[in-house]
Design a protein around this ligand. Structure first.
Ligand code: NAD
Length: 512
């Protein structure tokens, strides 16, 4: 049963797509697929209004985020209902991942953006400090294209959009065609909070609209989605010489050391693998547990998995798979693992008691790196556990991947944790916790290898929506320029003495 279906439209009319809820399979709405012409017109509108938005004091734009925060709180039920209808995730996850995290983002940047984006006077080094003054001002890039996926449809819209807007940019937002309604609601909330007409525009559609946005002439693309699409976005941006951030897929490893608190590690493995029904970019996709604790860890995981409740309404822990295409990938990966000798210890099938797209929480052991489940992003509620001899073997296998989004290490030895973290080929590492770095703006977030390009969030992430403009002034009102020419031998000799004096004498400590 496809969740996104084309709607018949008259010849010459724009394409339309209808969405079903993955939990009930009931219709939940339709979108128009906007064309390259629509995108072009949106960009023209944005270009007209962006300068006035950028000219506002950053404090005023930050107040818009503060008002958006109040609106998210006031309209949280509506947001939760929208997210639940289009994803079928557990209500607790809509509250934590979408509402709490969005409030945190709006509050964080709403309070701190004025300080982060304040012009900076920078002290110069060496002899420069006697001659020049440097100021750095943060100038918005212009119009930013934001393209989002379906697994966190509200937070993954709110976070980049809030940052791009408060930095003074206009935003053209293209949410996923699989879960477009939460993105549309986010746009409505920002507008109600005071973002002027045209400064934030919604573009509905699928890959056609996303591609048109990348090719439209925007000044930056902020993309979150799969590796395959990320490559296309990167190519389109390279062609136009515009920057992009790419937040892509992952195959996050979890290392359980011999000295780990086994109960906590097992609980963390469940949260890592099953939160958002496993459709979490930094979800735990594979576990390496050292021999000494492998049995105790696996038993504790299985005990806890047995207690998980999957459902569509009321209180439950695990929701639906948001998209039928993902469900097919999950089934293929589990089948491939079983065919190659993995042991199914829990789950391993669609949930026969629920009508929608439900796959049971699944635990596999006896897995190895020949299996797709250990190499490719599964993005489902699957926990493959591999026994390893020691932490060195765990580390080698953890790094044996084309991905590098995040990783987790479980040990009671902080020194060992840091040493392992340093050697993990991952964009971020959590110790004794599931991967939650996206929710911590002080932690730069972004993947290595195929998991992405660039880092987002926090002060540096916010500044990446700006051009850091250096304004270098001469302390002598330009008089120095008068002595620039002519080049003479005596001037060269003086400069030569200066080189040795500054860089090859004890003065280097003060002037070099
Ligand atoms: P996707 O790449 O299929 O789609 C993402 C978005 O790109 C959608 O809005 C889609 O319409 C659009 N798109 C499709 N073709 C395009 C094109 N040619 N040009 C421009 N845009 C185009 O990804 P998805 O299936 O929606 O999302 C799941 C993936 O996202 C997973 O791999 C997951 O790991 C990843 N993800 C990563 C992060 C992160 O922060 N690293 C966060 C969430 C999800």
């Amino acid at each position: 049963m496809a969740i996104v279906n084309p709607v018949e439209t008259p010849v010459g009319a724009r394409r339309r797509l209808a969405q079903l809820s993955p939990s009930t399979l009931e219709p939940i709405g339709e979108i128009e697929v906007q064309t390259a012409d629509d995108v072009k017109q949106a960009l023209e509108r944005a270009r007209k209004v962006q300068p006035a938005w950028a000219a506002l004091p950053v404090e005023e734009r930050a107040r818009v985020l503060q008002r958006a925060l109040k609106l998210v709180i006031a309209r949280r039920e509506e947001i939760i209902e929208t997210v639940l209808a289009e994803t079928g995730k557990a209500r607790s996850e809509a509250l934590s991942m979408e509402i709490f995290a969005s409030c945190d983002v709006l509050s964080y940047y709403g309070r701190r953006a004025p300080r982060f984006l304040r012009p900076e006077k920078r002290r110069l080094h060496g002899l420069l400090r006697f001659a020049k003054r440097l100021q750095v001002v943060y100038r918005p890039l212009g119009v930013v294209g934001v393209i989002t996926p379906w697994n966190g449809p509200f937070i993954l819209t709110v976070n980049p959009t809030a940052q791009a807007l408060v930095a003074g940019n206009a935003v053209l937002l293209k949410p996923s065609e699989v879960a477009p309604h939460a993105g549309a609601l986010a746009v409505e909330i920002f507008r109600d909070a005071g973002v002027p007409e045209g400064v934030l525009q919604l573009l509905t559609g699928d890959g056609e609209t996303g591609a048109a946005l990348c090719e439209s002439g925007v000044d930056k693309v902020c993309f979150t989605g799969s590796v395959a699409t990320g490559r296309k976005v990167a190519a389109a941006c390279a062609e136009r010489l515009i920057p992009c951030t790419l937040e892509l897929g992952g195959k996050d490893p979890m290392i359980v050391c011999a000295d780990a608190d086994v109960e906590s590690a097992a609980a963390g493995a469940l949260a890592g693998a099953f939160m958002n029904t496993g459709q979490y970019c930094c979800g735990t996709e594979r576990v390496y547990v050292v021999d000494e604790v492998a049995e105790a860890f696996t038993d504790e995981v299985l005990r806890r998995v047995g207690e998980l409740r999957q459902g569509a309404s009321g209180e439950f822990d695990l929701g639906a798979i948001f998209w039928d295409r993902q469900l097919e990938v999950i089934e293929q990966h589990v089948q491939d693992a079983v065919d190659r000798g993995a042991t199914l210890r829990a789950g391993g099938r669609r949930n026969p008691e629920l009508a929608g797209l439900y796959y049971e929480p699944t635990v596999l052991t006896d897995v190895d790196h020949q299996m797709r489940i250990m190499r490719e992003e599964t993005f489902g509620p699957i926990l493959p556990i591999m026994r390893v001899r020691d932490e060195e073997e765990a580390l080698r296998l953890a790094n044996d991947t084309r991905y590098g989004l995040s990783a987790t290490v479980w040990t009671q030895d902080p020194y060992k944790a840091t040493e392992l973290a340093r050697r993990l080929e991952a964009g971020g590492v959590c110790v004794n916790d599931m991967t939650v770095t996206y929710g911590c703006p002080e932690a730069p977030f972004g993947g290595l290898k195929d998991s992405g390009v660039g880092q987002v969030n926090g002060e540096s992430g916010l500044k990446s929506y700006c051009h850091a403009l250096p304004i270098l002034s001469d302390r002598f009102g330009g008089k120095q320029a008068r002595s620039f020419y002519p080049y003479t031998a005596s001037r060269d000799a003086a400069l030569d003495r200066l080189v040795r004096w500054v860089f090859d004498s004890p003065l280097r400590r003060f002037l070099g």
